[in-house]
Write a protein that binds this ligand. Sequence first.
Ligand code: SAM
Length: 214
Amino acid sequence: MDESHRQKARRARAGVMAGALRGAALVDLLVSIPVLERDTFVDEMLGIEEPPEIAELPRGSVPYLPCGVDEILATVREAPVRAGDTFVDLGSGLGRVAILAHLFSGAPASGIEIQEPLVRSARARSAELALPDVSFVHADAAGTELDGSVFFLYAPFNGELLRRVLRRVEEVARRRPIVVCAVDLELHDVSWLQPRKTSRVSLTLYDSRPISQP
Ligand SMILES: C[S@@+](CC[C@H](N)C(=O)[O-])C[C@H]1O[C@@H](n2cnc3c(N)ncnc32)[C@H](O)[C@@H]1O
């Protein structure tokens, strides 16, 4: 990243920490950064560093790879995520998605992550940035009770593990209408999810259909 953008990212970090840079102002700033520098800019602004060594993961778990800022922006705009929502990133890595979704929308945001070092790092980032409405849980998303109104998945699981996590999300959809957002992942043949058109090929959005109690 060139030096002027690095300085701009540092000023943006100070604005985020002071609670002054949020919502549309933050979106406008990020859109003003050239696309090829945007992800690095965001990492500098949020203080996100290289992930620690990859631990061995259960079958069906995908290792850490951060979702692009433009996909996160499109998710928040198109879901849409609003201040009254509760946003959950399933497989939250270093916390980039949950932190940005909160900063863009004002919604409380949480992440669920199976790798403990990543959870520790994500918690440190949200604490440094003084974001009490962003939290991270160290858990297997398939083995924990979920709650929220907007769920996000950046291709974190596949096969039987994905089916088990979706059953957890379905439990939430039995209690309230939800939106499921998936990047680089299509949720085929899930009877309780109604797909919606989006502006990007990589992003798929689904509204939950009413589900009768068993
Ligand atoms: C492709 S990365 C996405 C990270 C994050 N959502 C982002 O975009 O920055 C997938 C993440 O899911 C996590 N993961 C994989 N299996 C998991 C499970 N069963 N429960 C919770 N997290 C899991 C991985 O450790 C990894 O950090």
